[in-house]
Design a protein around this ligand. Structure first.
Ligand SMILES: NC(=O)C1=CN([C@@H]2O[C@H](COP(=O)(O)OP(=O)(O)OC[C@H]3O[C@@H](n4cnc5c(N)ncnc54)[C@H](OP(=O)(O)O)[C@@H]3O)[C@@H](O)[C@H]2O)C=CC1
Ligand SMILES: O=C(OP(=O)(O)O)[C@H](O)COP(=O)(O)O
Length: 346
C-alpha cells in the first residue's frame, strides 16, 4: 500500500483525497487544513484523519469540536508521498518541510516550473519523473493541451500549436473572483503561462498560447489550431482522439452546446461533484484545412488534474507502468464509465 498525505484540502485536494481512497494500491494517511470550516467538517465525516497545517490555529479546531490527529509535520512523516494542493506559491514554501522529512511531494500547476525537479502529464511523460523529490502536476489548461498534443504529435507530427484559452474567472465557490461583467485579456501579454508550461512536458514543441478570462465558473474553453506535418482527414483525427482514454469526443446528437450542458450530463451520469475528468472535444468542430487542424474543447478545471495526480504518485514511486497506472486509476475512479451511453472503447 502507498501511504498518501494530502496537504491543502480545497478544490483540488478534496477531489484527490477521494480519488486516492478509491485506488486498490493506495491509502489516505490524512488531510491537512489551516482552519475548521465546512471542508474540515466534511473531511471528518468522510473518515479522513485531519492534521493542523498551522500550529497556532489548533485551538480553533477544538473550539469547533473537530478532533485533530496531529500536526502537518506528522502527516508528512507518516506518508510515502504528499500531494500538496495548497494555493499557488504555498506549495513552494512547503518544499523545505518535505525535504526535511525526506518525503517526495507533488505540487500543483499554480507553482512555477523552476521550483520542481520535473513537470508531469500521465499521457505524455509518465516515465520521466521516477525517483524525483518534487514534481509538479501541470495546471488544468496545460493538462488539457498536453492530452491533445500527445496523440497528434505521435500520429501526424506537429509543426506548431496556436491555442486561445477562454478561462473561467473563478471556481463556483470563489465568490470573490471576477470578472463579473467583462472579458479580460489575461494575461494581456503573450504568451500566457500555458505555452511555456506545455514546453515543460514537450520541450521541442512550437506553441503559442493566448489567455482570456470571462464571467463563468463551470469550465474553460479552448480554441485550437494545430499545424500538422501531414494532412489527415477530419474523421481520422476524430477517431484518433476518440480512442484516447482521457478525451471525450462529443457526438453531435447529444446536443451539448456548452459547459452548462456538459455539467448537466455529468450530473445525470452520476459523476461525483459532477466532475468531468476528460477533455471534452466537440466532434463537429474537428476540421482540417490543408495541414491545419481546428477544434474546440472544454476543460473542467476542478477535476481534470485529479487522475493525473493519482498517476503521478505511482510514476514518482515507480510502482506501476504508465499503462497499468492509467488503467487502474480510470477503473477505480469510474473514468472508464462513459459519459455518453452509446460510446464504445476497446
Ligand atoms: N481550482 C482549479 O481550477 C485548479 C487549481 N490548480 C492548482 O491547484 C492548487 C490548489 O488550487 P485549489 O484547490 O483551487 O485551491 P483552493 O483554494 O480551493 O484550495 C487550497 C486549500 O489549501 C488550504 N490552505 C491554505 N494555506 C494552507 C497551508 N499553509 N497549508 C495547508 N493548507 C492550506 C486552504 O484551505 P484552509 O485554509 O481552509 O485549510 C484552501 O482551501 C493551486 O496550485 C492551483 O493553481 C490546478 C488545476 C485547477
Ligand atoms: O490551473 C488552472 O488554470 P490555468 O491553467 O489557467 O493556470 C486553474 O483553473 C486555476 O486557475 P486560476 O489561477 O485562475 O485559479
Amino acid at each position: 500500500m502507498i501511504h498518501v498525505g494530502i496537504n491543502g484540502y480545497g478544490t483540488i485536494g478534496k477531489r484527490v483525497a477521494d480519488a486516492v481512497r478509491k485506488q486498490p494500491d493506495m491509502e489516505v494517511v490524512g488531510v491537512a487544513k489551516t482552519r475548521p470550516n465546512f471542508e474540515a467538517s466534511s473531511a471528518v465525516e468522510k473518515g479522513f484523519d485531519l492534521y493542523a497545517a498551522v500550529e497556532e490555529r489548533k485551538p480553533r479546531f477544538a473550539e469547533a469540536g473537530i478532533d485533530l490527529a496531529g500536526d502537518v509535520e506528522e502527516l508528512v512523516e507518516q506518508s510515502d508521498i504528499v500531494v500538496d494542493a495548497c494555493p499557488s506559491g504555498i506549495g513552494a514554501d512547503n518544499a523545505e518541510m518535505y525535504e526535511e522529512y525526506d518525503t517526495p511531494a507533488l505540487l500543483q500547476g499554480g507553482e512555477d516550473a523552476e521550483v520542481v525537479d520535473g513537470s508531469f502529464n500521465a499521457r505524455s511523460n509518465f516515465d520521466t519523473v521516477e525517483g524525483m523529490d518534487l514534481v509538479r502536476v501541470v495546471s488544468c489548461n496545460t493538462t488539457g493541451l498536453s492530452r491533445l498534443v500527445a496523440p497528434l504529435q505521435e500520429e501526424y507530427g506537429i509543426e506548431k500549436v496556436r491555442a486561445t484559452l477562454v478561462r473561467r474567472g473563478g471556481d463556483p465557490a470563489q465568490s470573490g473572483r471576477g470578472p463579473i461583467n467583462d472579458i479580460l485579456p489575461n494575461p494581456v501579454e503573450l504568451p500566457s503561462h500555458h505555452g511555456p508550461d506545455v514546453n515543460t512536458i514537450f520541450p521541442d514543441l512550437e506553441i503559442d498560447t493566448l489567455g482570456l478570462k470571462v464571467p463563468a465558473t463551470l469550465m474553460h474553453t479552448h480554441s485550437i489550431n494545430v499545424t500538422l506535418q501531414s494532412n489527415p482527414d477530419a474523421e481520422a483525427v476524430r477517431e484518433l482522439l476518440d480512442d484516447e482514454r482521457r478525451t471525450f469526443v462529443i457526438p453531435e446528437w447529444l446536443g451539448l452546446d456548452g459547459a452548462g450542458a456538459i455539467k448537466e450530463l455529468a450530473q445525470d451520469a452520476g459523476r461525483p461533484r459532477a466532475d468531468i475528468w476528460e477533455n471534452c472535444i466537440w466532434g463537429e468542430s474537428i476540421t482540417v484545412e490543408g495541414d491545419d487542424l481546428y477544434l474546440f474543447q472544454a476543460i473542467h478545471q476542478e477535476s481534470d488534474v485529479v487522475p493525473e495526480n493519482v498517476d503521478a504518485i505511482r510514476a514518482v514511486l515507480g510502482t506501476k507502468s504508465q499503462s497499468e497506472s492509467i488503467a487502474t486509476t480510470d477503473e477505480a475512479m469510474g473514468l472508464d464509465d462513459s459519459l455518453a451511453p452509446t460510446r464504445t472503447r476497446d
